[in-house]
Design a protein around this ligand. Structure first.
Ligand SMILES: NC(=O)c1ccc[n+]([C@@H]2O[C@H](COP(=O)([O-])OP(=O)(O)OC[C@H]3O[C@@H](n4cnc5c(N)ncnc54)[C@H](OP(=O)(O)O)[C@@H]3O)[C@@H](O)[C@H]2O)c1
Length: 330
């Protein structure tokens, strides 16, 4: 197997950089079924010990629990990790989900800082864009957090090229975070042209297709508290089709003597030095496996074989349910 230690990856022009693979922490607060804090702390400590530096959270994950967990894990070593958090995806009293109101952003940030027991968030994202607020106003409010030293760099999730350009004019955007995997990549490939022109990093969420690309999810295997049951890609009709597509990844993995998850991450890393995948796991052995993927270099033939076997629009089922898709790629 071709292995090579990859250098850290820059987070846009912010001056921040991180290990090429970050840790997505959402499932450590129950998004994919129950999670145990003691186990979660072991996963977080092991990730740090093995060189992972970027930890991805949000005020939404476990309604603040996830940020508190990171504070417990890294309280004494806060400066040795890079914490990325997000705001604007919590259901308000009026049921509205995305809230990018400049007046409330400061309060969101203060609440996250308190939970993180920190005086600064390294990378602060808009989690969901609120169409009722001009992006210039939202970024303006976020740039004041940078001026006050509460935030180091700014990011936006699920942003389209037009909105990204408008945002970047107000304050440099260090990173965008959007779904990007072999299975779901049409929008990512579209926005990448703009991120590259502007020098913005691409943090790839759900890089394992929410577990689908690893082969670990099979019909009937998801627990009844697992939010993936509501995702179209896992429906009884779509899952077998998507598992069939994922066979190409497994084929390369078998030939190379590694796992399908590792091939999925190595494929993303090969798309450019601006790509930073953030797989999530509650399992120590999978954490180690995912980190080791940072050293796997796929050949051009392997990269091409996977891309042609799974064309950008091949996935069965939308990325989210139709009513949620309207909040994406705005
Ligand atoms: N900005 C946004 O809107 C947004 C949306 C979604 C996610 N995210 C971020 O992206 C992170 C990652 O996304 P995700 O967790 O949804 O999807 P993912 O990383 O594509 O997949 C995670 C799933 O794959 C499994 N898994 C992980 N490593 C594995 C391995 N080596 N072998 C087999 N299975 C493996 C995990 O199970 P186990 O836990 O059992 O190992 C988990 O069920 C989240 O934690 C969050 O930080 C952001």
């Amino acid at each position: 197997m071709t292995e090579q230690k990859r250098p850290p990856r820059a987070i846009g022009a912010s001056g921040l950089s991180c290990f090429p693979i970050g840790l997505g922490c959402a499932s450590l607060s129950g998004s994919y079924g129950p999670s145990d804090d003691d186990n979660a702390l072991r996963v977080l400590h092991e990730a740090r010990a093995r060189g992972v530096t970027m930890f991805d959270t949000s005020d939404k994950y476990g309604n603040g629990h996830n940020e508190e967990l990171l504070a417990r894990a890294f309280g004494n070593a806060r400066n040795s990790v890079l914490i990325a958090s997000k705001f604007g995806n919590m259901a308000g009293k009026d049921g509205k989900v995305a809230d990018n109101n400049p007046e409330t952003i400061k309060a969101f940030c203060e609440a996250s800082l308190e939970r993180l027991k920190s005086d600064c968030i390294d990378l602060y994202y808009i989690h969901r864009i609120d169409p009722a607020v001009a992006i210039e106003d939202t970024i303006g409010a976020m740039s004041r957090l940078v001026e006050q030293g509460k935030v180091r760099a700014l990011g936006i999730c699920e942003v389209n090229p037009t909105t990204l350009r408008r945002a970047h004019k107000v304050h440099p955007i260090a990173a965008i975070q959007s779904e990007y995997s072999i299975l779901y990549r049409a929008e990512a490939e579209d926005v990448l042209q703009t991120t590259r022109e502007l020098g913005v990093a691409f943090v790839a969420y759900a890089p394992l297709g929410r577990g689908l690309l690893t082969g670990a999810v099979q019909p009937g295997s998801l627990g009844d508290k697992d939010e993936r049951l509501r995702h179209p890609r896992f429906s009884a009709e779509n899952l077998p089709k998507n598992l069939e597509l994922a066979q190409a990844v497994q084929q390369v993995a078998t030939e190379r003597g590694c796992t399908a998850g590792q091939v999925s991450l190595a494929w993303l890393l090969a798309q450019g030095e601006d790509i930073i995948p953030i797989p999530g796991t509650k399992t120590l052995s999978r954490l180690v496996e995912n980190i080791e993927a940072a050293s796997i270099i796929l050949s051009d033939a392997e990269i091409g074989f996977i891309a042609s076997s799974i064309p950008p629009d091949a996935a069965a089922g939308l990325r989210y349910r139709a009513e949620h898709m309207k909040n994406m790629y705005l």
